[in-house]
Ligand binder design. Sequence first.
Ligand code: FES
Length: 138
Amino acid sequence: MESSLDKFTQDLQKQIMEEVRRDYSKTVIDHWMNPRNFGKLDNPDGYGRITGPCGDTMEIFLKIKDEKIEDAHFLTDGCGTTIACGSVITELIKGKTIEQVKQITSDNLLKKIGGLPPLDEHCVVLATNTLQSAINNL
Ligand code: FES
């Protein structure tokens, strides 16, 4: 039999998910819940690590072949939005040339993930800056 505590918990979870769906795009929720390319790459050709003003850190690892991004991974101790940004940006750059990746801005990433609430927009900046740091480290 369902207790009133179970019902309270289910209602609360439902309410939280409704708020998440209202505030975040499907792309953000998908990559937040099922992050791609999460984890480090051994012996990367390029590596960037940045701690943003919020105190969260992102790392990006790149493998290069024939002047193109062969593989890209990321790590972060940040929030769900930061995880989504790391996941989308590493997917976005695979197969692109180094010159193409140098052109990627935080506005490009913000569009790609379907926008963010203003308070979370710095997560996009952290991911983009970390990517550019990894590219500069090649
Ligand atoms: Fe710190 Fe997202 S809250 S980068």
